[in-house]
Design a protein around this ligand. Structure first.
Ligand code: ATR
Length: 264
């Protein structure tokens, strides 16, 4: 039986095992996928188990997407350019790091009836998934990306990687067509202390969080007359891409898939 893991810390919230195990069942793949909470000093051991084929694939989540890179032999172009790895595969004895968050976000946006090309984007947060979102937005030819993070230095560091960013002080709002919550605020029902009431309507409020399905950020966006979307499809599509890399199969995404990860 093949073995797969998602590693992170914290990891309790991860719905990746439910989704991958569901796809194993419907595709009749003899494998199991589990979550594993690790510390940074466990990374070396778990990665060596992949090299020794005791494990067949690893998904990486916060806070290890960048720290894992020195343990790998090769990176895909997207992983290299974002310095962010969420999927690892052993390919011809090389440990290869991939980034499927980019395709996940891109497919989720394309699935909406919303043309993002030429739009002004405001990103809240500068954590693990943000480089992938910026990379994807640049590829989709948005006109401007503004980033605001409580710890301003982290937003400024991202500007070294992505020169076209504009950095905004936390607590203020700029003009935007699309606003993305990439902070962890909302995971535990917290409210983002920002006033969106003067931002107009018919914008897109996008939250990377998918559990709960509707954060206060999305509720507020909806109340003010905007389109809203949570991170569920992004999550499903990043898993879809990882599944394809590991098994060479495109898993099905249908109502049963959505039902599998309904956790509210
Ligand atoms: P990491 O920062 O380890 O990559 P993450 O979950 O990907 O973890 O990111 C958490 C994001 O939520 C960060 O942008 C964080 O802001 P800081 O960089 O200032 O920590 C943001 N965040 C978490 N709690 C917050 C709060 N109470 N107010 C504002 N932003 C918060």
């Amino acid at each position: 039986m093949k073995k797969y893991f998602v590693i992170g810390n914290p990891i309790d919230h991860s719905l990746s095992p439910k989704l991958h195990n569901h796809w194993f069942k419907v595709n009749k793949i003899d494998a199991i996928y589990k979550k594993k909470k690790i510390d940074e000093n466990d990374l070396k051991t778990i990665i060596s188990e992949l090299r020794e084929k005791k494990i067949n694939g690893i998904n990486v989540t916060v806070p290890f997407k960048k720290i894992v890179i020195p343990y790998l032999d090769k990176l895909s172009l997207e992983a290299e350019q974002t310095q962010s790895v969420n999927t690892i595969i052993l390919n011809n004895d090389n440990l290869v790091g991939h980034n499927t968050d980019i395709a996940g976000f891109t497919k989720a946006i394309k699935n909406l009836n919303f043309n993002i090309k030429g739009k002004k984007i405001l990103i809240l947060g500068a954590g693990g998934v943000v480089p992938s979102i910026i990379f994807a937005l640049n590829k989709m030819n948005v006109s401007k990306i503004i980033i605001s993070n409580r710890t301003k230095k982290k937003a400024e560091d991202l500007k070294l990687q992505f020169h076209n960013l504009e950095v905004l002080d936390w607590g203020t709002i700029s003009d935007f067509d699309v606003i993305i919550n990439a902070t962890s605020l909302g995971l535990n029902k917290e409210i983002i202390n920002l006033d969106f009431s003067k931002s107009g309507n018919n914008k897109l409020f996008y939250d990377v969080i998918y559990n709960p399905a509707e954060t206060n950020f999305l509720k507020e966006g909806k109340r003010l007359g905007n389109k809203t979307e949570n991170g569920k499809l992004m999550f499903i599509y990043q898993a879809f891409e990882a599944f394809k890399l590991w098994h060479g199969i495109e898993p099905q995404i249908n109502s049963e898939t959505l039902e599998t990860i309904n956790n509210d």
